[in-house]
Each structure stands twice: as C-alpha cells, then as structure tokens.
Write a protein that binds this ligand. Structure first.
Ligand SMILES: NC(=O)c1ccc[n+]([C@@H]2O[C@H](COP(=O)([O-])OP(=O)(O)OC[C@H]3O[C@@H](n4cnc5c(N)ncnc54)[C@H](O)[C@@H]3O)[C@@H](O)[C@H]2O)c1
Length: 477
C-alpha cells in the first residue's frame, strides 16, 4: 500500500519505518528541513533502540523516503497518517495547530480518494475538525466530490520499546465514522494492519470519539497507578514498610497486575503530563471535572520535588558549597527524551538552593545540555554551577550525595566501593529504588530510596526517627 506519515518524530518515524518494514511504500513528511536532510542522509534525529537500523534498511530497499513536501506526500498516499505533535497550551488544552495545519494542506493537495488516519493524541471532536478542515480546502478548489475519510488510530507505543510495541501491539484501537465511507476505511485499515492480526485479532473497532477518548483514558489510568504508588510510598516511609514488598504483594493479584506500580520521582515524558492536563481541560469544559486525575497530577508535581525535599531535611535549606551528583537525565531509560523529565525540576531546585550539580546520562547528554541550557537561560549564574559530564564515575568526585533519577541499566550494579572512595559522603538518594537498602547498609553506603524502609539509612546517619528528618539532627549526627 502507498502510505504517507506526516511528522517524523518519536511516533511518526517509528510508524513510517515499521510500515515500510512490513512491505508498504512509505513517504515520511516533516516540515523541519534539517530533520528531513538528516533522514535523507541516513541519520536518525532521535534515540530509539533499533530505529536507525530499521530506517536505513528500508531506505536502502527503496520502501522508505523522506520529504518536506506535503504535495508529494498527499500525491503518494492511499493512506495518510497524521503523527505531529499536540503540545500543551497554557491552560492545559492540547494545541491542535499542527494537526489542523496538516489537514489544511491535505485539502489543498488532495486529488484522489484518501483515508486520513489521526495518530496524534487529540481531544474528542478533533477527527470531525480535521474532516471539516479538509472539506473546506476541497470546496475552495471546487473538488468537494472527492472521497476521503478521517479515522482515529491512537498510538500506545512506549519510547525505548517503540518498535517492539508497534510490531507486537497489545491492541490496535481504530475509530471509524458510521456509514459506507467508514466501512471502506475499515476495510483499508484491516488490510494495512493484517500482519498484526494473523495470530489473533488485536484490533478493537469503535467510533471516532471513543477512540480519541480511549487514548486519554489509558494514559490517565497508567498515571493514576504511578501516583497511587508514590503516595503509598510516602506512607511506607513513615510507617517503616518497604514499598517494593508492597508492590510485589499487590502486583501478584491478577486483578491488579505488575505494570506501572513502581514508586519513584514522578512521571514525565511527552505524554502523561500533557495528556492528563488535556483530559482535565476537556472535562472542565464539559462540566464534569475529573477529580481523580486532578489528584494524580498534583501528587506527581509534588513527587518530582520529593528527593530535594529529603536533601533539605538532611542538609538544610541553604545548599551553598554542597556538591551533588545526578545519575539519569532523560525522563525514563532507553530514550533521550527530556520532555517533562523530573531531572529538570530536581536540578533547577538544587542550583537555586546554591548547590553545584554534576550530572550524567548514558544517552541523553546532548539533549540534556540543550534543554537544561534553555531552562536556565534567564539565570546564567545557575547554569554555571551545572556540569553535564560524560562518565558516571566522573560526576561522583567530591559529591555530598548522589541522586538517581532514571533507571538506566548501567546504574543497576555499580562498584559501590569505588563510589565510596570518590564521594565526599557515601549518601545515595535513589529516586528509582534500584538497590537493596540492607545490602547498601552492609557496604557502608547511606541509602534513602522512595518508600524503602528509609529508617535503615536514617539509622546509619546516627538518627533514630524515620523520615522526615530535621537538618539540625543530621548536623548533630
Ligand atoms: N512520544 C510518545 O511516546 C507518544 C506515544 C503515543 C502518542 N504520542 C502522540 O503522538 C503525537 C506525536 O508525538 P511525538 O512524540 O512523535 O512528537 P515529536 O515532537 O517527536 O514529533 C512531531 C514531528 O512533527 C513534525 N511536524 C509538526 N507539524 C508539522 C507539519 N505541519 N507538517 C509536517 N511535520 C510537522 C515536527 O517537526 C516533528 O518532527 C503527539 O500527539 C503525542 O501525544 C506520542
């Protein structure tokens, strides 16, 4: 099939490369010229495991090419995917300008029947708005009889495992409009996704508004699990329980399951924060406020500050002269995506309190340097006290504490003896609960996780009370 994918970002590029791998002839369109030039030269603008190989293989086979020209993209397509960004606006609503810009261009260039597939995450009603926009373009050109259908096919891939998720989806949600045009679009989508349904039917068919809402409901549910566990972890700290034991205890209940039950420094990324806010905005507009989702969002905002709160409890409000090492900058492992990453909140607050910060990430270094420089552009004095290093051990030198913010594999089994030798004080505040508190205690490392019987770490600091601990107590110790 001739497929065009508009938007060559995390979702669009993966969609284009995977559909090409299945044998379709795919054109990827992006309005970012530098991005397209890089792709045409065989480069890949994002870090996603296995993606560069997949892109290069399909380019070499002649099944995948890239252009900035929407005219070429529309001309090529039997099926056209919209996979452009829908960033949050000030009021939390999804900014649809990119989606509607693509719709306008389809209206300007369409010459023959087309199925338009909206893969961007968009509020209910966007499918209809896209159809209206295309229709207006056709009317303006006197082509109103041209047949096109807009379907909704939200994407559920996870950055870091995007290819696997796309190629072996749990389910494919497709919303089609009613009537004959919807039936034809359904036939077309069935054909396109047939390889995924060979073993068993994975497609969940529905109407367009339900498909649009399904995406928000899925992300809100996953975010809810995370915030729920983060709140439970705070309580575990206070009562001397281990949240990891609790996680295993409840995850083994089949009604609950193991996924998305990890307490940590809060969720980030390009999806959960913006999608929960957009959902709340839609709900407010409809007069049905989402109280659960509001609480989930508020808990997450507070959770991103939790580690620094602990640092302050231990060392006082003023961190001048203190030096902190940070491991992990991307919002999760196996991606260089820094959007809404907890590291941005943590690093800014440490710097604002006067500390020096030396940070390391195995993949996101370049992106982190760019994003953090942007975050701190209006406060150059803070930026001067930040160093993004190229080696995990390098940033530990002379540190008063190490904060772990992303659970990269390379952080799972470090040389603790060497860490102790490098750091001024062997104190680890682990925002991802990578280590066993008892083991670290036996190695002479003071360890505070999230809901991990922090009484153990506190005891090593010579204190008796569980967290929270007053800074004065630490100094006394
Ligand atoms: N990133 C994820 O993990 C993920 C997962 C599921 C769904 N989504 C959703 O998919 C959509 C895309 O997300 P993303 O992370 O891939 O975004 P992204 O920012 O990585 O990529 C978007 C791309 O679209 C291009 N673009 C924007 N307007 C354009 C236009 N008018 N014409 C051509 N190109 C244009 C941009 O240059 C950019 O390369 C969003 O709605 C997002 O919420 C993202």
């Amino acid at each position: 099939m001739n497929v065009t994918v508009v938007g060559a970002g995390y979702v669009g590029l993966v969609t284009a490369a995977c559909l090409a791998e299945l044998g379709h002839r795919v054109v990827g369109v992006d309005h970012d010229q530098a991005r397209v030039v890089l792709l045409q030269a065989g480069g890949v603008p994002i870090y996603e495991p296995g993606l560069d190989e997949l892109v290069q293989r399909n380019q070499a086979a002649g099944r995948l090419r890239f252009t900035t020209s929407m005219a070429q993209g529309v001309d090529h397509a039997e099926v056209l995917f919209i996979a452009v960004g829908t960033p949050p606006q000030e009021d939390g609503s999804a900014d649809l300008q990119h989606v509607l810009a693509v719709a306008r261009q389809i209206g300007q260039h369409l010459q023959r029947p087309l199925v338009v597939v909206n893969k961007s995450t968009v509020p209910v009603g966007t499918g209809a708005a896209v159809a209206d926009t295309i229709r207006q373009g056709l009317v303006a050109r006197g082509h109103e009889a041209l047949d096109f259908t807009v379907v909704s096919n939200p994407e559920f891939l996870k950055e870091g495992a995007a290819i696997e998720d796309f190629m072996r989806p749990d389910r494919i949600v497709i919303g089609v409009p009613p009537g004959a045009a919807g039936a034809r679009a359904r036939e077309c989508m069935s054909q396109l996704y047939a390889p995924f349904n060979r073993h068993h039917e994975r497609t969940v068919w529905m109407d367009v508004p339900s498909a649009e809402l399904t995406k928000y409901a899925a992300n809100a549910m996953l975010a809810t699990r995370i915030s729920f566990m983060n709140e439970m972890a705070l309580l575990a700290d206070q009562v001397g329980a281990d949240i990891d034991a609790v996680r295993r205890g409840i995850g083994s209940d089949r009604r609950i399951g193991h996924s998305f039950l990890y307490a940590g420094t809060g969720y980030g990324g390009s999806c959960f924060p913006k999608d929960t806010r957009a959902l709340m905005h839609t709900a407010m507009e409809q007069g049905t406020p989402m109280r659960v989702v509001s609480a989930v969002e508020a808990v997450n905002r507070a959770q991103k500050r939790q580690l620094v709160k602990r640092v302050v409890q231990l060392m006082g409000e003023d961190l001048s002269g203190r030096r902190f090492a940070v491991w992990g900058l991307s919002f999760k492992p196996n991606t260089n995506d820094m959007r809404e990453a907890p590291s941005r909140v943590v690093i800014r607050e440490l710097l604002e309190r006067g500390a020096d910060v030396a940070a390391f990430d195995p993949v996101a270094t370049t992106e982190a340097r760019r994003v953090l420089a942007e975050d701190l552009a209006s406060t150059p004095a803070l930026l001067q006290r930040l160093h993004v290093g190229d080696a995990a051990e390098g940033v530990l030198q002379g540190a008063d504490a190490l904060l772990i913010l992303t659970e990269w594999k390379c952080f799972h089994s470090p040389d603790f003896a060497r860490m102790r030798a490098l750091m001024r004080d062997p104190l680890i505040l682990d925002g991802r609960n990578l280590y066993d508190p008892q083991v670290l205690q036996s190695l002479g490392v003071t360890y505070l996780g999230i809901g991990r019987r922090n009484a153990l770490g506190v005891a090593r600091l010579g204190l008796t009370a569980p967290m929270p601990v007053a800074a004065s107590e630490l100094r006394a110790a």
